[in-house]
Design a protein around this ligand. Structure first.
Ligand code: SAM
Length: 211
């Protein structure tokens, strides 16, 4: 994993991160690579691809989160995008509290270990099915990456959101068919094309609101 490639990628994304963030991102990638053998966290084995396909891909959404204070990442697997986002927003004002929701115990345990090793105070890991999560306070936004099709995503997570809150779906090519299948009371308010450095594939952030 190249620190230079990461630095270049972050610069291409226009991201200025806290001083220790790059080191923590590289440490997270190393943890993923190490525990992948045991926990089967990702099909990606190559260190360079780990950087582009996971870290930079996760961070590409950061400029589009807005000034939210509470974010839930649903079906977060090995901690994507929540752990790169938590690393990148340490020390941010207002504080961004991120709850990671993952049903598979070994994946949630990996995230909990990464949270401790990387000192991510703003990250909470919930080993639950999203359907069973009842937050004390609703979230400003719910994000997911490779979780489900749009209609299932909004259906399974709408109980987490405050009124006016946003669903943020990280997708590849523009998902016309999935958007067409959204229930009538949900609408796409923005579809942001994302360019992930070194990825060479289409990415979109689909932002949905309940009307
Ligand atoms: C394809 S993985 C994607 C993981 C991660 N977001 C990523 O981009 O690498 C989907 C994850 O959703 C989790 N999942 C599936 N159904 C879930 C549910 N109802 N509640 C919480 N997590 C769920 C699975 O265990 C799996 O880890």
């Amino acid at each position: 994993m190249s620190a230079v490639t990461l630095e270049r990628g972050l610069a291409e994304l226009g991201l200025e991160l806290p001083a220790d963030a790059q080191g923590k991102l590289l440490a997270f990638a190393a943890l993923l690579a190490k525990w992948n053998k045991v926990y089967n966290l990702t099909s990606i084995r190559d260190a360079g691809q780990m950087l582009t396909h996971h870290l930079l891909d996760s961070l590409a959404v950061l400029p589009h989160l807005g000034d939210i204070e509470r974010l839930a990442d649903v079906g977060s697997g090995g901690g994507l995008p929540c752990i790169p986002l938590a690393i990148a927003t340490q020390g941010r004002e207002p504080v961004l509290a991120i709850s990671s929701i993952e049903t598979v115990n070994k994946k949630a345990s990996f995230q909990q270990q990464a949270k401790i090793e990387l000192g991510l105070a703003t990250l909470t890991v919930l080993n639950e099915r999203v359907e069973n999560v009842r937050p004390d306070r609703p979230f400003d936004a719910v994000i997911s990456r490779a979780f489900s099709e749009l209609a299932d995503f909004v259906g399974l997570t709408q109980h987490l959101l405050r009124p006016g809150g946003r669903f943020l779906a990280m997708k590849g090519v523009y998902p016309d068919d999935e958007i067409a299948r959204l229930p009538a009371n949900f609408r796409v308010v923005e579809a942001v094309p994302l360019t992930v450095p070194g990825l060479g594939a289409e990415r979109h952030l689909i932002i949905v609101e309940k009307s």
